[in-house]
Ligand binder design. Structure first.
Ligand code: KG4
Ligand code: ZN
Length: 345
């Protein structure tokens, strides 16, 4: 029986190693994060305005042994607790993914542990089940199904319909930029540093979200797909035509347009599918305006609402541990130990 998983995450610009224990049952699992070490490479990529794959690879190679020491405390006895190793194999930047895979393969061989190839977006999905302090009720016990999950990150924007904790169907996804990518690009237009999400959030707090009429792309189309590149272009034109534009108003209006599209589509899906719960995950789920809007919308409709506690929205290894446990619980085969840029979840 696999109870403690050591998880490794290197798909983009965060290096993570975590130790995650699973208790409970397949339908009501509980995850305890015993260790969660993380190094962000943001500073190394900032001067380039985005993630550079070769720099990501170099930084992962540098960080992994240090994080492992931090997690194991250098104690040989640590390995007696570890039942399996999980590693993100897709989707992500292939050179970055390979560093994690090679590192995890070496560890698995050296310590004689099974190695579980894991899907990064399943990590985001199941980050909603992680807890900071174990409470009376596990997050998995507060959810009823069907549920609608919205996953919003730097590379993906997707809506899933979940029949249970272990089965889902994709309802829609972005046709161009992911919403996190739109935040990052609009931030660049506003001369804000990478990553743009937290910067726009901060600037938007002092702006008027109704100041500028920006488009809500695809909000009222009868499908669950998204498109954010037109919104970014509308911001570009507004700044070009209004050189003295108030930057806080631009940030607030952009954020309002993006959130309102996500909110409209998410709750329409929830209505049409007769959902009982809503899940929100991914790096953009760190956005306080988005979190409170979806929490409020869910409460108004009497839907249960789950989102990861704050440190687990953006990339981390704890969520990879949770996803590896979930795959084991539903009897899914681990993914091949091969880096792949894009793989449907
Ligand atoms: O999930 P994640 O860490 O990496 C990917 O798998 O892509 O997501 C990163 C994205 C970036 O685009 C970043 O700007 C965005 O999440 N992000 C935010 C916030 N924090 C991070 N977007 C909006 N508001 C935030 N507070
Ligand atoms: Zn991610």
């Amino acid at each position: 029986m696999i109870r403690n998983v050591l998880a490794v995450e290197t798909s983009c610009d965060e290096t993570g190693i975590a130790l995650v224990e699973q208790t409970g049952t397949a339908e009501a699992p509980r995850f305890v994060v015993h260790r969660n070490a993380l190094v962000s490479q943001i500073a190394a990529h900032r001067e380039f305005g985005g993630v550079v794959p070769s720099i990501a690879k170099r930084e992962h190679i540098r960080a992994l042994p240090l994080l492992l020491d931090e997690v194991t405390g250098g104690e040989p006895a640590f390995w007696e607790r570890v039942d399996a190793i999980a590693v993100t194999v897709c989707p992500g930047l292939e050179p970055a993914l390979w560093t994690g895979i090679t590192f995890a393969q070496e560890l698995a061989e050296r310590h004689g542990k099974p190695l579980l190839g894991t899907h990064h977006m399943q990590g985001h999905l199941y980050s909603t089940l992680l807890e900071l302090e174990p409470g009376a009720k596990a997050p998995s016990e507060t959810l009823t199904f069907p549920a609608i999950a919205l996953i919003v990150s730097g590379g993906h924007t997707m809506l899933l319909e979940m029949e249970s904790l272990h089965s889902w169907k994709k309802l829609g996804e972005t046709r161009d930029d992911a919403v996190g990518e739109a935040y990052d690009k609009v931030a660049r237009l506003l001369d804000l540093p990478y990553p743009g999400g937290p910067e726009i959030q901060k600037l938007a707090e002092s702006g008027d979200p109704r100041a500028i009429a920006l488009p809500r792309p695809m909000a009222h189309e009868k499908n669950y797909d998204f498109s954010f590149s037109g919104l970014k272009t509308a911001v570009l034109y507004h700044l070009r035509d209004n050189p003295g534009a108030n930057r806080a108003d631009v940030a607030a209006s952009f954020q309002e347009a993006a959130i309102s599209v996500l909110e409209t589509k998410l709750f329409r899906a929830a209505d049409e599918c007769g959902a009982a719960s809503v899940l929100l995950a991914g790096g953009v789920a760190a956005n306080s305006a988005l979190r409170s809007r979806l929490a409020r919308g869910s409460a108004e409709r009497s839907l249960a609402f789950a989102m990861p506690p704050m440190p687990y929205n953006t990339d981390n290894a704890a969520m990879i541990g949770a996803a590896a446990h979930m795959a084991l619980l539903r009897g899914a085969d681990p993914l091949p130990l091969e880096a792949r840029g894009r793989v449907p979840m």
